[in-house]
Design a protein around this ligand. Structure first.
Ligand code: AMP
Ligand code: MG
Length: 405
């Protein structure tokens, strides 16, 4: 492996994450448990779809040859219901009543909707001037797709329509990426969780709540949340246990240059080698990323609340998607509603609120934050835009990549 990279660009850091993340295993689950999962095998059509010439109207069916010969009155010889095998038309003067979703009866090819017929003494007369046409109201067998056609590719995220499409594969189970067990660990002697007594010199631990929420919102529910003091022995024991038991450990705090920033040294002792440390970005410069000899990755995010959340969304979530085997999605772009000035030679992650213009464009309204600790200013924002390093002024209308919280 190449050595530790330091003070690198955002794009390089993102690429290192994508190249380093392991591939988590797949599991077979019942369809009901597949929602929000990443498909790990292609799903193919069990049969032609539709599997038979399917009638799309309630009405009558008869032979087109009889219609062409001028017949407009048919004897009702039976009823073809959905879910019943195809009946056979016995005589040219006969018709069969047909129901939406049923098989086209054998010997018939022409359908007239029930609204266009009149029934009398077991006969059906077609409305004068009605323009019946063969195979109208027939959804032909295999016209949506053929047996064996790939309906969903491996890497597809299973959302709402995909749940229905899976049934056309015919299997009650499907292979998806195993839902990951993720640990979100805040470190800092000053941190106290809500509900516990707190001293003047302590602060409420907030990062872990936002990080967990961002993961849960994306369908990752196996999140364990912990707060740990800046004590090297404790950190080594607890992070070691979580690293062993979980697929991914996400730390926040303790990655800067302070005397109590023990996280990089602790990880090194646990055999997790640094791949990069420090990214040319604000917020989030101290970001740390590494992996152990078996390929398991660890993210150590800066402790400032805005930094930790931005880094989770910009690096950890895409890394998780790689590990799940998800097909990458294009990052959406939105236009700045106002100019943003940013003088530092760093990539700027600017929190924004999205507005939808009457012409259908998303515009991003920047929200000022005092510092990377000012997470209260994020209230009501939708995410952030990425304003690349090397430019000081981003005018109104500038198209920027947008990342949702
Ligand atoms: P650190 O990265 O440990 O130097 O922390 C940077 C700043 O973020 C410090 O002011 C910490 O108190 C604060 N911080 C670290 N972790 C958390 C957390 N879980 N919740 C709120 N603030 C935090
Ligand atoms: Mg700290």
């Amino acid at each position: 492996m190449a050595g530790l990279r330091q003070r690198i660009d955002v794009a390089e850091a993102a690429a290192l994450v994508a190249d380093t993340m392991p591939r988590w295993p797949a599991v077979r689950v019942p369809l009901a448990a597949a929602l929000d999962g990443v498909l790990r095998e292609p799903v193919r059509a069990e049969r032609d779809q539709p599997p038979f010439d399917r009638i799309t109207m309630d009405g009558i069916a008869f032979a087109g040859a009889a219609w062409a010969a001028g017949r407009r009155r048919y004897r009702i010889a039976g009823t073809q219901a959905a879910g019943a095998p195809a009946l056979q038309l016995a005589a040219p003067e006969d018709c069969l009543e047909v129901m939406t979703g049923c098989v086209l009866p054998l010997g018939t090819d022409t359908i007239v909707p029930v609204e266009r017929i009149r029934r009398e003494d077991g006969w059906a007369s077609v409305e004068a001037g009605y323009p019946a046409a063969p195979r109208q109201f027939v959804h032909p067998r295999g016209s949506d797709h053929r047996q064996g056609a790939e309906l969903l590719a491996a890497g597809t995220r299973i959302g709402v329509p995909e749940m229905a499409i899976l049934t056309i594969g015919g299997s009650a189970e499907v292979a998806v990426a195993r839902p990951p067990r993720i640990a979100v660990v805040s470190t800092g002697d000053e941190l106290v969780d809500v509900g516990l007594p707190i001293a003047d010199f302590q602060i409420r631990s907030s990062n872990d709540r936002a990080l967990e929420a961002a993961l849960r919102r994306r369908g990752f529910h196996g999140v364990e949340r912990r707060t740990l003091a800046d004590d090297p022995a404790l950190l080594q024991a607890e992070i070691g246990r979580l690293h062993r038991d979980c697929d991914l450990v996400i730390l926040s705090g303790g990655v800067s240059m302070g005397q109590f920033d023990h996280v990089p040294a602790t990880l090194a002792q646990l055999g997790v080698a640094a791949i990069f440390h420090k990214v040319l970005q604000r917020p989030g410069l101290p970001l740390w990323f590494g992996r152990d000899g078996a390929g398991k990755a660890v993210f150590a995010l800066p402790g400032n609340p805005v930094s930790s959340l931005v880094c989770l969304v910009r690096y950890v979530v895409p890394g998780i998607e790689v590990a799940l085997g998800a097909t990458p999605r294009a990052v959406p772009r939105v236009r700045l509603a106002e100019a943003v000035e940013f003088k530092a030679d760093l990539t700027c992650f600017q929190p924004v609120t999205l507005d939808w213009s009457p012409t259908g464009e998303a515009t991003a309204r920047p929200r000022a934050t005092n510092t990377s600790g000012d997470f209260v200013a994020l209230g009501g924002t939708d995410g952030f835009v990425e304003l690349p390093r090397g430019q000081d002024l981003f005018p109104a209308g500038y198209a920027a990549s947008f990342y949702a919280w």
